[in-house]
Design a protein around this ligand. Sequence first.
Ligand code: HEM
Length: 462
Amino acid sequence: MQMLPPGPGNLGLIDTLRSSFASPAPVLRRLAAEHGDPFRVLTLNGPITFVGHPEALRAIYTADPETFEPFGVEVTEPIFGRTSVVVSTGTRHRRDRKLLAAPFAPAAVKSYATVVADVAREAASQWTPCQPFSMLEATQSIALDIVIRVVFGVRGEARIRDVRAAVLDLIHAVHPLILIMPAIRRPFGGLGPWARMLRARAALDALLAQEIRALRASGEERADVLGLILKTRYEGGDGLGDQEILDQLRALLFAGHETTAVSLAWAFYWLHHEPDTLARLRAEIDALGPEAPLEKLLGLPYLDAVCLETLRIAPPVVSVGRVPRKPFALLGYTFPPGEPLVPSPLLLHTREELYPEPDRFRPTRFLERDFSPFEFIAFGGGGRRCLGVTLAMVEMKITLAILLREYQLRLASVAPVEHVQRGLTMGPRGRVPMMLEGRRRGATSAARGNPTRSEPRVGAAG
Ligand code: HEM
C-alpha cells in the first residue's frame, strides 16, 4: 500500500498567493488534473491532502468520529469560543450537537420562515428605483438580522439596533491577522487588533448575557434558538451554563451569517445572469399566487434546485479539514496521524462525471438525479455536518421567493464575477451591484405596506 498520494511538492509562491488572496479553485482543479484526486501539497503550514473523490469522501464521512480532530480550530477558537460546538471534540461535541439538534430540527426551523420573510421585505424596502445598490450588503444585512431575531431571539427595535451594532463591531474587529498569526494575540497596551477584538467580544457577550438572564428570569417558553437551548437538557438533566451558551451563540453567528449572505448574493447574481432560469423560477413561484403560504414556497422543487446549484457552483466554505488521530487508510493510501485531509467541494462539485459542464449554472441537474451526501458537500458531512443546513435553506428559499415575486431587479454590471476568498468564507468578488427596476404586479399587502415585526412561533410557517 502506497503511503501518501502524489502531488506537486511545494505549492509555490504564486499558487499560495492565488489560493489565499484570490481563488483557490483554478489552482486546485489544475493540480487535480495533473496529479489525480486526492493530491498532496506542501503548504506554509505543512502538508495537506485535498480530496474531491466521492469514494474518498464516503470513507472520511462514514469513519468513526473519533478517527479525526477538526483541522485548524486554533484559527477560529478565539471568536467561536472554546466550548462552542464548532471547535469542541469528543464527548462534549457529540453531547452539544444533540442538545442543539432541537432548535435546528426542521419543525422548529419552519416556524422561523415568517421572520425571514419580514426581514427580507424590510431590507428590500431600503431599495430606491433606478439607483444601484449592493446585493451583497443587502443579503449580509438580511442574514445578520435573521441571526439576531431567530437565533438570539432579540425583540424590540432599540434592542435589535444595539445588538446589531455590537455584532458589527465584533465582525469588523476580527482582523485577518488575528486569524492567521496567533503570535499577535497579545494586548499591546489595549491598542492592538487582539485587544480590540476582545473588547468587541465582551460588549456583545454582555448584551447577550442580559438576554439569557432576562429569559431565565421570565420563565417564558420561546421558540427561537436561544429559547430552545435554554429549555433543552442533557440526558443527566443539566443544561448549558451561561458562558457555554454565549460561546454557542457566537459560533452560530459566525457559522451562519456570512455563509448564508454570500450564497444569497450568488443566487441573485446567477438568476439575473441567466434570464431563462430566472423566468422558470418566477413562473414556479407566481403559479402559487401572491399570498401563497410560506410552507408552499418552501416545497417548490425548482427553487430548491436553484439553491443547491448556487451552493454547488459557489460553495462558501471550502476548507473544512480533518486530522487523523491514528493511521487512516483511504483509496489505497495510508495517512499518518496529524496529517490533514481536506474534503474539497471545489473539486467534487466540478467533477464532469457528476456535474457535466460544471461551470454552467444549471439547476435542472438537481431535478434530473439525486446526489448522495458524498457527491454534494456544500454543508460538509459526517458527524460534523452543518447544524444550520435547514435554516440556511429556509433563509435562501424564502428570501429568494419573496423578493423575486415582489421586485423586478437587474444586474448593474454584466461583467463576470469571480468566486474568491473573503476571510473565513468564499464569495463573490466585489459588492454584486444590482438595480431595482420596480415593484412587480401581484406584490402582497405586506410588501406594499410597512411590514410588521413577527417573532418565531411554533407552526408559524405560512
Ligand atoms: C449557506 C449557508 C451555510 C453553509 C454553506 C454552511 C456550511 C457549513 C460547513 C461546510 C460546515 C462544516 C461541516 C464539516 O465540518 O463537515 C458547517 C458547520 C457548521 N454550521 Fe454551517 N453553513 C451554512 C449556514 C449555517 C447556519 C445558518 C448555521 C446556524 C445558524 C450554521 C451552523 C453551523 C454549525 C454550528 C456548524 C458546526 C457543526 C459541527 O462542527 O458539529 N451554518 N457549515
